[in-house]
Design a binder for this molecule. Structure first.
Ligand SMILES: [Cu+2]
Length: 356
């Protein structure tokens, strides 16, 4: 058992996470400053100077949100199905057996599946500003084992936190585009999910099984896109900051995410992509007094932080009539969790977009 991470205090990043964070964000800044060199071209065709939204590789891998803006008067609707599989616990970068977790807790989580159905709409009132509305619906199941050897599963299912984002384009030249992401997330998800457990017929579910943050959140970000004759690329940095405290007296930890991707067109309508995502998130402030932190690690506010680097591969197909279909998979390259916490093994996203 990793006693160092068990004893760490809330809302402070472990040293290894701060190091990874600095390293990865440094690499992203370096990449952003080098990209204009690749994007440089001496072509005489004036349209070659514009970023081309009609290319199949112009959209980011489908798990990246708010990656593009639209021209004035354009609409887009989208649906995404995302599945995330978590199996087994870890503390730091080490895997833990259920028996190791049960040395310190009455109950251990074994695995979790999260399904998300995400509806999206985009509309551009001007060439500079695109508005985006997103509504997630979450469906989660978590399997557990008790010290006595009993197994049980809890479930929650509800609309998540809806968000409204303004994407403001501030650069559009030399086959590159850049925009700011200004998002507000509303507490439409629930923080009051209960289910039956061996301890109680109606038990408040621990933090990861709640479908909302319970707070108003802001999600500032920046996105930079570019194209060459052969490929498209993009970089996005995004932060989720939780404002205030929710009705159950806690605040989720803030989350920093960065995405970097490249996409290669295969003909007129298909593209393939590779991506690298880095995220880190912090511990919670406050606590839900209905949860017993001695019972299960998912009820501990100081065992929530972590960081993860994911590699992704994606496919994107343009169809007639403004339709697009996309599929991508992301796999962790490394993850460092303030645990015991369930580790992520795989995420898959299938999406459909229609614009007019
Ligand atoms: Cu769009």
């Amino acid at each position: 058992m990793n006693t160092k991470s068990l004893s760490s205090q809330g809302h402070r990043l472990p040293a290894t996470i701060s190091f990874h964070r600095s390293l990865f964000h440094g690499l992203i800044l370096l990449a952003v400053s080098l990209f204009p060199l690749f994007a440089h071209d001496g072509e005489t065709n004036p349209s070659a100077n514009s970023w081309d939204a009609s290319r199949p590789d112009s959209h980011a891998p489908i798990h990246v949100m708010g990656d593009h803006t639209h021209n004035r008067g354009e609409w887009m609707v989208s649906y995404r199905f995302m599945r995330m599989d978590m199996d087994g616990n870890r503390a730091g970068t080490d895997s833990l057996t259920p028996e190791q977790v049960l040395q310190n807790f009455m109950v251990t989580p074994l695995d979790m599946t999260m399904d998300m159905h995400m509806l999206g709409a985009m509309y551009a009132p001007t060439d500079q500003l695109t508005l985006m509305l997103m509504a997630p619906f979450l469906d989660m199941d978590m399997a557990h084992r008790t010290r006595m050897g009993a197994q049980f599963t809890t479930s929650s299912s509800h609309i998540g936190d809806m968000s409204l984002t303004g994407l403001y384009k501030f650069f559009d030249d030399n086959r590159m585009r850049a925009h700011f992401n200004f998002g507000v997330s509303l507490p439409t998800g629930s923080i009051d999910h209960t289910d039956a457990t061996p301890m109680a017929a109606v038990a408040q579910l621990p933090y990861p099984m709640q479908t909302g943050s319970g707070t108003y959140d802001v999600t500032p970000g920046i996105t930079w896109l570019g194209q060459t004759d052969k490929l498209s690329w993009g970089v996005q940095l995004k932060n989720r900051i939780h404002l205030g405290e929710n009705d159950r007296d806690y605040t989720r930890g803030d989350r920093l995410e960065s995405f970097i991707w490249g996409a290669l067109p295969l003909g007129q309508s298909t593209s393939v992509s590779l991506s690298l995502d880095y995220a880190d998130w912090q511990d919670y402030d406050g606590a839900d007094t209905a949860l017993n932190p001695m019972m299960v690690p998912t009820a501990r506010t100081d065992l929530r932080a972590g960081s993860r680097l994911d590699g992704g591969i994606g496919l994107n197909v343009k169809l007639p009539g403004g339709h697009r279909l996309a599929l991508d998979f992301t796999l962790p390259v490394s993850q460092d969790l303030d645990g015991p916490q369930l580790e992520t093994d795989l995420a898959a996203t299938l999406g459909w977009q229609k614009s007019w």
